[in-house]
Design a protein around this ligand. Structure first.
Ligand SMILES: [Zn+2]
Length: 286
């Protein structure tokens, strides 16, 4: 399939849409909504103090915005940091790779996963996925899952308004479904940065936000030993690990750090009696 021919609107009609999830604002978001209402009432009664009310409103937005920039925060909405207890009881860990597919890295990474009998979830930005449809299909054919990592992977994602956020996530859903034959059930914000507006968008599309338990910083750290240490120190059943097949840092020998780390990581996982699975496998009974 030619990437240029693929559009977000071209979703396969045979793919059933995710059932919407019930959206309940997080307690802090509910407080913020009430605070907005109170400020509006106060403005109606004391219009001369509009400047103070405006500053209070800005302060409120700064606090919520700041909390959304903490990727493992649950204060601006639900955020999966670990696999369910049932998966942990099965000694499973969730291996996740972001920002691919990459023609240099992803095929070799898939071979490694096959060699160890490990399954994983790939969070793809749809725009990048459309450039490599054959790789997307190869990921699926080998039993891994493809999840939603936005359409454009924009640095400004956390600052989008509701309409733009919806278009960004929904068009990625549509394109990934067209390329892979399955609608993603999980979403990860670019760089993990969210705004409180993302939560209702995800609920409407039946998507759950996933961050991680531990990450290797393998896009910036060039030392495989350090990346490995970050991932396996304290590793336990139920952990979600974050690595990258796209934007991978290179070792001093020019090797993608993720490829240098993965065999040692999977050896350690096996030695601990753990098993790497995709997110749909881990959440199959949830
Ligand atoms: Zn990313």
């Amino acid at each position: 399939m030619d990437g240029a021919d693929v559009t977000g609107a071209a979703i396969a009609t045979t793919i059933q849409a995710n059932a919407p999830l019930r959206w309940r604002p997080a307690p802090l978001v509910r407080l913020s909504i009430m605070f907005h209402g109170l400020l509006f009432l106060a403005f109606l009664v004391f219009p001369a103090h509009w400047c103070g009310f405006l500053l209070a409103l800005l302060g409120n937005h700064l606090v919520l915005g700041g909390l959304g920039l903490w990727p493992t925060s649950r204060l601006v909405g639900p955020n999966i940091l670990r696999l369910p207890a049932t998966a942990a009881a099965r000694c499973e860990i969730g291996l996740t790779f972001d920002d691919g597919p990459d023609v240099q890295v992803t095929p070799r990474l898939l071979e490694l996963l096959d060699r160890y009998g490990a399954k994983a979830s790939f969070f793809l930005a749809a725009k990048q996925a459309a450039l490599h449809p054959a790789l997307v299909q190869d990921i699926v054919r080998r039993g891994h899952s493809i999840e939603n990592h936005s359409y454009n992977h924009s640095n400004a994602f956390a600052w989008y308004g509701l309409g733009r956020l919806h278009r960004e996530v929904a068009s990625s859903q549509a394109l990934i479904a067209t390329l892979s034959g399955r609608l993603p059930a999980f979403f990860r914000a670019p760089m993990g940065l969210r705004s409180p507006l993302l939560d209702p968008v995800l609920a409407r599309l039946g998507l759950r936000h996933v961050a991680w338990t531990r990450r290797g910083f393998d896009t910036v750290k060039r030392d495989p030993d350090e990346v490995l240490r970050r991932l396996i120190n304290g590793l336990a059943a139920g952990d979600v690990l974050l690595l990258h097949d796209g934007n991978a840092a290179r070792t001093r020998d020019g090797e993608a750090v993720v490829l240098a780390v993965l065999p040692r990581l999977l050896d350690a996982v096996a030695a601990m009696g753990l098993k790497s699975v995709s997110l749909p496998m881990a959440f199959q009974d949830k």
